[in-house]
Design a protein around this ligand. Sequence first.
Ligand SMILES: Nc1ncnc2c1ncn2[C@@H]1O[C@H](COP(=O)(O)OP(=O)(O)OP(=O)(O)O)[C@@H](O)[C@H]1O
Ligand code: SF4
Ligand SMILES: [Mg+2]
Length: 336
Amino acid sequence: MARIGEIILEVKDLQTYFVTRWGVVKAVDGVSFVLRKGETLGIVGESGSGKSVTTLSIVRLVPSPPGHIVGGQVLLEGEDILQLDESEMEKVRGDKIAMVLQDPMTALNPVFDIEDQVGEALKIHKGLSGRTLKDQVVDMLRKVRIPAPEVRIKDYPHQLSGGMRQRVVGAIGISCDPQVLIADEPTTSLDATIQAQYLRLLRDLQEETGVGIIFITHDFGIVAKMCDRVAVMYAGKIVEQGDVRQIFNNPSHPYTEALINSVPKMEEKMDRLYSIPGQPPALWNLPQGCAFAPRCPNVFDKCHEAVPPSFDVGEGQFAACWLREKEGASVSSSGV
Ligand SMILES: Nc1ncnc2c1ncn2[C@@H]1O[C@H](COP(=O)(O)OP(=O)(O)OP(=O)(O)O)[C@@H](O)[C@H]1O
Ligand code: SF4
Ligand SMILES: [Mg+2]
C-alpha cells in the first residue's frame, strides 16, 4: 500500500447550482472533504446525488450555463483553484489533477496510435518532444505494465485487449504525474472482469506514484474493497464520511446503512440499491429539514424541522443525522 501522507486537496463548503426551468437545482450544497497523498477517497451515492458535479466543480468543467459554482473553496496544496483564471486552470487540469474514464473505449480515440495519445499531455504540459517524448511514453506504458511497450506504442486502440486499453487510459491519466486522480464510474456498468482489472490498475498506479485518488461509484461493495475513506452523498450533501471499515461496520447515518444493506451478495444479480424504498428527492423541491426523511425508517419530529448539521461521532467519522444529537454527539467544528 502507498503510504498516506499530507493533505493535498481540501474542498470547503462547495456549492454548485444549476438554474433550470423547474427552479434552482442545488446539485452540490455545502460539500467539504479532504484528500491526502497516497489515499483513496470514495464518493458513493445514488444516481443524481451530485457525485459527478462535485468533481466537475473541482476541475471547473461544470457546463455553464446552466451550472454555476456559487460558493466555497477548492484548495490544491493550499491554493484556491476556484480563483485561478482559465489559462492557469488549464495547467492544473491534466497536470496536477487528472480525470480518467472507466470505460476505455470512450476514452481513447480510434484514429490515433497509442504513442500519440499518451504523448499528447506530455507534449502540452511538459513541453517534451522527439526522442525524450517517445522514451517517456514507453516509460509510462511500462509503469502500467503493458508488455513490450516499445512495440505496442505503434498500435491503435482496436489492436489492444480491453484490459490493455484501460492500462493505456491509466497511463494517460498519470502521464504528467498528477497529485490527484479522479475516476468517475460510467453510467453503464462495466462487466465484472473489466471492473476488477480497472480497480487493480488504479491500485498499481497509486503504488507507483503516491497519487491521491477520488473514486466515484454507486456501489458500497466496491468502496469497501478499494478505498481508505468514504464520503456518502445524498441530495447534494455529504451525509456521512470517515474511515471505510469503521463506517462499513458501524454506519452512523440511516442512508449509509441502507446503502451497505443494498450491496449485492455474491450469488445475487447486480440489481443495486433496490432495497432502499422510495426515490431520491427532486433537487429543486427538497422537503424541509432532512432530505432523507421521506425514506428514513428512523425519522422523528425534529427531522422535519431543520437540516441536520454534521455531527462528530469520533475517530474521524462524521454524520449529518439528528439521531447523533440525541446520543450526545457535538456538531463538527471542522466543517466536514
Ligand atoms: N447540465 C445540467 N443541467 C441541469 N441539471 C444538471 C446538469 N448536470 C447535472 N445536473 C443535476 O445535478 C444533480 C447531480 O448530478 P450528478 O451528475 O452529479 O449526479 P451523480 O451523483 O454523478 O449521478 P450518477 O450516479 O447518475 O452519475 C442531478 O440532479 C442532475 O440532474
Ligand atoms: S435526520 Fe432524521 S430523517 Fe434524517 S437520516 Fe437522521 S433520523 Fe433519518
Ligand atoms: Mg455521475
